[in-house]
Design a binder for this molecule. Structure first.
Ligand SMILES: Cc1ncc(COP(=O)(O)O)c(C=O)c1O
Length: 520
């Protein structure tokens, strides 16, 4: 097996065929590799009561979630949207946990009604909020016993108390910040007191005592997560030790912690990093938990999907300046933002065949080291600098490796660029099956929501007789359409990502609104 999907040379023809069939940019994921990655976590913690809750933030494609659901995965979610995604994909509610520093009251309420395993609490204020919401729900339950808002019985297999006469407590876990440096990029370091995440040990103790005494809270777990892309075991082992000591002291106080949630964070090899062996990882946690009987919850994201994804992209142009060779590709920082955000390196593979190479030797920079850049209007839209690429020609297909995690899930529509399609490949019994996991977005999808609003905007503009004519004509000419009512037709048109051209108007393109300068 190759280190990551992009380097699997046996798949070169598959990648070229996929690029042709689905166009580029295109995310391709190896579902078999995701399966293997998940199973290695299960195996590492196999000797112990454990639950692997895949962190959806790394990649929340429903096809991937459904693959993991079938393997018995739980889900670590950071929004109610992710909770609903997990449920849609078939992950049972009793395997879903909800983390995040800024949960809205509506999200908390919905999560409680959905009766998920527990909420990971990140502050004392949030704890009080959860308590209040649980109290309100209990009051509603009492007033409306027929329409029990916590409709289904608790499915947590460890939860036996389902007496209808008692208030239904909100199951919570508290994220403890151990103040330990994860030795990773500062943007993804979360376990230091200067980071916004979790409660320090002393505040956590107070919060547990408070929760223990509340009729509406049930502190069932303890949680830490010190960062992502961690390649040194020591900070994780030290954190586990510290949090295990706290958990044991809480048990001694009669607070029945059952789940020891160790977060995620294991790094993968993007360049030369050495990955932490899962066996060593598990052993360090088990040694911290010696003598206790907690169920271990682990929340890996990157380590499950990272090396199973490749972003295929096409060479659009080459540009040679006095001292640089630029290879301009059709994917941008909106499709894969890690290089722009963290200076992350996603190594590139060239998949076009050597025999296809151009014989044009007219420019001596053709085979020189190059910067690979995207089409987005930002200089940070640079994937790699000074890489050896050899000669390339228009239409060549390249692949950025290790793009399975925090690739599509961080993608945006910046520059009104439609998000790429996502395809899964499944390698079983020496055959490769292909499955489309998400269609490429269309221009109509991108603007449909705004078009709805634009109809109201038009009405509003009409109500002011004086400004109406000005508004309408300026909008019409800015967008090159004869009448705003035509927008309805546009939303029906199946425009591709490239059909964003609007006719140029010779008239003024100023809108009636105050013009604001781009602040990118
Ligand atoms: C609370 C929590 N759990 C799990 C993860 C997953 O981390 P990773 O993808 O590095 O495994 C994250 C990501 O930062 C997180 O914040």
């Amino acid at each position: 097996m190759q280190d990551n999907l992009s380097q699997d040379t046996s798949l070169q023809d598959t990648f070229l065929a996929l690029a042709k069939q689905y166009d580029t940019p295109l995310y391709v994921y190896d579902l078999s590799r995701i399966e293997r990655n998940f199973l290695s976590f299960k195996e590492a913690f196999g000797g112990r009561k454990s639950l692997i809750c895949y962190a959806l933030k790394a990649n929340s494609n429903l096809g991937i979630l459904s693959t993991l659901a079938q393997l018995g995965s739980g889900a670590d979610c950071v929004s109610i949207g992710e909770v609903k995604r997990a449920l849609l994909a078939g992950i049972p509610k009793y395997k879903i946990i909800f983390s995040g520093v800024g949960k809205r009251a509506e999200e908390i309420e919905e999560a409680l009604k959905l009766d998920i395993l527990f909420l990971n609490v990140e502050s004392s204020a949030e704890l009080k909020s959860i308590e209040q919401i649980a109290k309100n729900l209990s009051a509603q339950d009492l007033q409306n016993p027929q329409q029990d808002l916590h409709q289904s019985p608790r499915q947590n297999p460890q939860q036996t108390d389902s007496s209808p006469s008692l208030p239904k407590k909100a199951r919570i876990s508290i994220r403890v910040n151990p103040n330990i440096d994860a030795k990773t990029h500062p943007y993804i370091s979360t376990g230091l007191s200067e980071n916004k995440f979790g409660l320090d040990i002393e505040s956590a103790k107070q919060a547990y005592l408070y929760a223990h005494n509340s009729p509406f809270l049930d502190p069932v777990g303890i949680h830490f997560h010190i960062g992502s892309q961690i390649c040194e075991l020591a900070p994780i082992a030290q954190s586990a030790e510290k949090i295990a000591n706290l958990a044991k002291s809480l048990l001694a106080l009669g607070i029945e912690i059952r789940f020891f949630d160790i977060g995620g964070g294991l790094g993968i090899c993007y360049e030369e990093e050495e990955e932490i062996a899962l066996y060593d990882y598990a052993q360090s946690i088990l040694s911290a938990l010696k003598g206790s009987d907690f169920t271990i919850i682990c929340e890996p994201g990157r380590r499950i999907v990272g090396n199973a994804g490749v972003l295929l992209t096409k060479v659009l142009y080459e540009k040679h300046t006095a001292n640089k060779r630029f290879v301009i590709v059709d994917s941008g920082m909106n499709d894969l933002m890690r290089p722009a955000l963290y200076d992350a390196v996603h190594k590139v593979q060239v998949y076009s065949k050597a025999s296809d190479k151009s014989s044009d030797k007219s420019n001596d920079k053709k085979g020189a080291k190059a910067d690979i850049v995207g089409p987005v209007c930002e200089s940070s839209d640079t994937f790699l600098r000074e890489v050896e690429l050899g000669e390339l020609k228009q239409g060549d297909i390249l692949g950025f490796g290790n793009a399975g995690a925090y690739g599509y899930s961080m993608a945006s529509n910046y520059n009104t660029r439609a998000k790429p399609a996502e395809v899964g490949i499944c390698q079983k019994d020496s055959t490769t099956q292909i499955v489309l996991l998400k269609k490429r977005e269309t221009f109509s999808e991108l603007v449909s929501n705004e078009l709805e609003c634009l109809k109201d905007f038009e009405k509003c503009a009409k109500s002011s007789a004086k400004s109406s004519a000005k508004t309408k004509s300026s909008l019409e000419c800015a967008l090159g359409f004869g009448n705003l009512s035509n927008f309805g037709n546009l939303s029906n048109a199946d425009s591709s990502q490239d059909s964003t051209h609007t006719k140029k108007s010779k008239k003024s393109t100023k809108t009636p609104q105050k013009s604001t300068k781009s602040t990118k």
